[in-house]
Design a protein around this ligand. Structure first.
Ligand code: AMP
Ligand code: ZN
Ligand code: FE
Ligand code: FE
Length: 278
C-alpha cells in the first residue's frame, strides 16, 4: 500500500530536520507523499518544492495554526494553500512576530528568577524559524540550567509556570477563514490529545473540512473513534506522524504512522491544485 505522512515539522519551526533532510528521509521511508506543516510558517514548504520534485515525492503545502477554545490550545492545519496568498503570509508574519515578543518576555521572567540566557542565542538556535518554547529549552540545556529539553519544560516552560507566556492565539473561525481564503482545507489536528469532540459540529459550521485521524499520539482505539466520527459528519480524513525530527516532546520519526495514499486523493478532489501552483 502506498503511504503518506501529512504532519511534519522542519527547522522553519521547531523541527530538527531541514526541509531537504525531510524529503530525503521521506524517500528513504518509501513514502509516496508528504505535507510539511510547520507552526506559523510556509518557508519549509517553499524550500522543499524543488528537492521534492527531484526526488519524485508529492509535496503538499501545509501550516499548523494555534487557536484557543476556552483554555485549550487547539491546533488547526491548513492543506493545499496558495503559497502566495497575501492575507495568509501577513498573518503568519504577525504570529511569528508575536512569538518573538513572547520569547523575549519569557527570557525576562527567567532573568527575574536568576536564570540568564541570551535572547540573541535563542534567535540563533531558531535560525529564522518560528520561535517556540523548544528553542528556549535548547538554550536552557546548553547553558546548564536543565539536563534535557523535557526537564526544561518540566521545571520552567510548562503551561501555567510563572515563566510561561501564552502565544498569540487565533479564534478557530479566524483560522478556518484564513485557510479557506487561501484555497486550503482546514483540518482539526490531533483531536485525541485535547478531547474537545463536542466542538466539532460548531467547527463544521465555521468551515472545518477535515479531521486528523492518524497521529503518533492516537491509540488504535482513538483512530477508530475519529474514523467513525469523520464518516458521521462527512469530513475528510488525514493523518501524520507530527515528527519534529526526533525531538521537542514528540520523538516520532517521519512515517511513524501508516496513512494510506487515498486520503490525499480525496483531498485533491476538493481543491484547485492550480491555486497552490503544484
Ligand atoms: P510553543 O508552540 O512555543 O508553545 O511550544 C510548543 C511545542 O513545544 C510543541 O509543539 C512541542 O514541539 C514542544 N513541547 C511540548 N512539550 C514538550 C516537552 N515536555 N519537552 C520538549 N518539548 C515539548
Ligand atoms: Zn511543534
Ligand atoms: Fe500540534
Ligand atoms: Fe505539529
Amino acid at each position: 500500500m502506498n503511504l503518506v505522512d501529512l504532519h511534519i515539522h522542519t527547522t522553519f519551526s521547531d523541527g530538527a530536520l531541514t526541509p531537504e533532510q525531510v524529503v530525503k528521509e521521506a524517500k528513504t521511508a518509501g513514502l509516496e507523499a508528504i505535507a510539511i506543516t510547520d507552526h506559523d510558517a510556509l518557508e519549509g514548504v517553499i524550500s522543499a518544492l524543488q528537492i521534492a520534485k527531484n526526488e519524485k515525492i508529492e509535496l503538499i503545502p501545509g501550516v499548523e495554526l494555534s487557536t484557543l477554545v476556552g483554555e485549550k490550545d487547539i491546533h488547526i492545519i491548513g492543506y493545499y494553500l496558495d503559497l502566495e496568498n497575501k492575507n495568509l503570509l501577513q498573518a503568519l508574519k504577525k504570529f511569528r512576530d508575536a512569538r518573538e515578543k513572547r520569547a523575549a518576555e519569557m527570557v525576562k521572567r527567567l532573568e527575574n528568577i536568576g536564570i540568564k540566557i541570551s535572547f540573541e542565542r535563542i534567535l540563533e538556535v531558531a535560525n529564522g524559524g518560528a520561535l517556540g518554547r523548544p528553542h528556549l529549552a535548547e538554550v536552557l540545556v546548553e547553558r546548564g540550567y536543565a539536563n534535557s529539553s523535557d526537564e526544561a519544560f518540566r521545571h520552567y516552560l510548562y503551561r501555567g509556570s510563572p515563566i510561561y507566556v501564552s502565544k498569540y492565539h487565533l479564534r478557530p473561525d479566524e483560522a478556518f477563514s484564513l485557510i479557506l481564503n487561501a484555497g486550503g482545507i482546514p483540518v482539526f489536528a490531533h483531536p485525541g490529545i485535547e478531547g474537545k469532540d463536542n466542538i466539532i459540529p460548531l467547527f463544521i459550521k465555521q468551515g472545518l473540512k477535515g479531521i486528523e485521524v492518524w497521529h503518533s499520539k492516537h491509540s488504535l482505539q482513538t483512530i477508530q473513534h475519529y474514523l467513525a466520527l469523520a464518516q458521521q459528519y462527512g469530513l475528510l480524513i488525514t493523518g501524520g506522524s507530527d515528527s519534529h525530527g526526533g525531538k521537542n516532546g514528540n520523538p516520532a520519526p517521519l512515517g511513524a504512522v501508516s496513512v494510506p495514499y487515498y486520503v490525499v486523493e480525496e483531498m485533491k478532489k476538493t481543491v484547485d491544485t492550480q491555486i497552490c501552483k503544484l
